[in-house]
Design a protein. Structure first.
Length: 114
């Protein structure tokens, strides 16, 4: 039986969208939430993956973005673009990723389902 586990991270960062006239074209900040989901079979130790193993791979990326201007680090700073950036960085390093979600606020965000 496949099981999905998740680990959440948070970071604060500023960004702006390069869309003239768009309300988000001015630099502003968010308290982002990142949720990484891993799906797989439980191993002999009882885990799909140990939460510590997820953290050890994802936390350095989150720390790099925390209190930064995302435009200096990420090509597309939309919620969708951040999902793709995390997927690109984690693909092949963190096995079993089934979903990556980035929330800009409690009520808006994006996710990629694999």
């Amino acid at each position: 039986m496949k099981t999905t586990v998740f680990k959440c991270f948070s970071f604060s960062a500023a960004h702006h969208l390069d869309i003239p006239g768009h309300p988000c074209s001015k630099t502003h900040g968010h308290n982002y939430t990142l949720r990484i989901e891993i799906t797989g079979e439980r191993k002999a130790n009882g885990f799909v993956i140990d939460f510590h193993d997820i953290r050890s791979v994802v936390a350095p990326l989150v720390e790099m973005l925390d209190h930064s201007l995302l435009n200096d680090l990420v090509p597309d700073t939309t919620a969708e673009g951040l999902c793709e950036w995390f997927l690109d960085k984690l693909d092949g390093i963190l096995p079993g990723i089934s979903r990556i979600e980035v929330r800009e606020t409690d009520s808006c965000g994006a996710f990629i389902t694999l």
